[in-house]
Design a binder for this molecule. Structure first.
Ligand SMILES: [Zn+2]
Ligand SMILES: [Zn+2]
Length: 201
């Protein structure tokens, strides 16, 4: 492991709890360091195809954040993470291997659904916790090559955020970034106003 126990503790504090998903994020951040170099020496951008727990570890450990525009979420619902170094133009996409994702398989999936529905028995809860603990431990300890398939990035590094004008929505009066406005029946509208009006038609 390239992160110290203290660093891992700080990641857990940041996220709020320990979980298998966070472990995936920790390991994929480690992979980014291995492939592209430490965060201090790179101009890193992360494109994450999931919005689950692991993204918190990516933000904390790689310094790629939503507010800086260096963390981009693509809502594909996949355990896949791309990283680019804008200094060198190098990038890669890592996908959690399906075998790893399926490792705990149907049993844990069924238990988690019951957990969410609040119908777990005490015994099932114990089993569920034990399996999550195992999944997390496995993810923390396994070689990176066993966890992830790594491929060259399919796309170029995302462009740095551009500075755009804001326009006033002609319905609610709120300012919205030009590229996020909609034209409808001759009016410039913000997205929520556009959606409301469009739904009525
Ligand atoms: Zn979590
Ligand atoms: Zn509006």
């Amino acid at each position: 492991m390239r992160y110290s126990a203290e660093t891992i503790d700080r990641v857990i504090d940041f996220h709020g709890h320990v979980c298998p998903g966070l472990a995936i994020g920790i390991r994929v951040s480690e992979l980014a360091g291995e492939q592209l170099g430490p965060p201090e020496s790179t101009d890193l951008v992360a494109v994450v195809e999931t919005d689950m727990c692991g993204v918190d570890a990516v933000q904390f450990l790689t310094g790629c954040t939503f507010g800086k525009g260096t963390l981009i979420h693509k809502d594909h619902g996949k355990m896949a993470f791309s990283f680019f170094d804008r200094n060198t133009g190098k990038g890669f996409r890592a996908r959690l291997r399906p075998e790893v994702q399926n490792k705990m398989g149907a049993e844990l999936g069924a238990l988690m659904k019951k957990w969410a529905a609040g119908t777990l028995t005490a015994e099932e809860k114990q089993r569920c916790e034990q399996m999550r603990e195992q999944a997390q431990q496995y993810t923390m300890d396994a070689p990176l090559s066993e966890l992830f398939d790594v491929a060259p990035a399919a796309a170029l590094a995302p462009r740095p955020a551009r500075i755009l004008d804001s326009l006033a929505c002609e319905r609610c009066g709120e300012m919205a970034m030009e590229s996020r406005t909609r034209r409808f029946a001759g009016q410039t509208l913000c997205i929520p106003c556009f959606e409301e009006i469009e739904q009525k038609i």
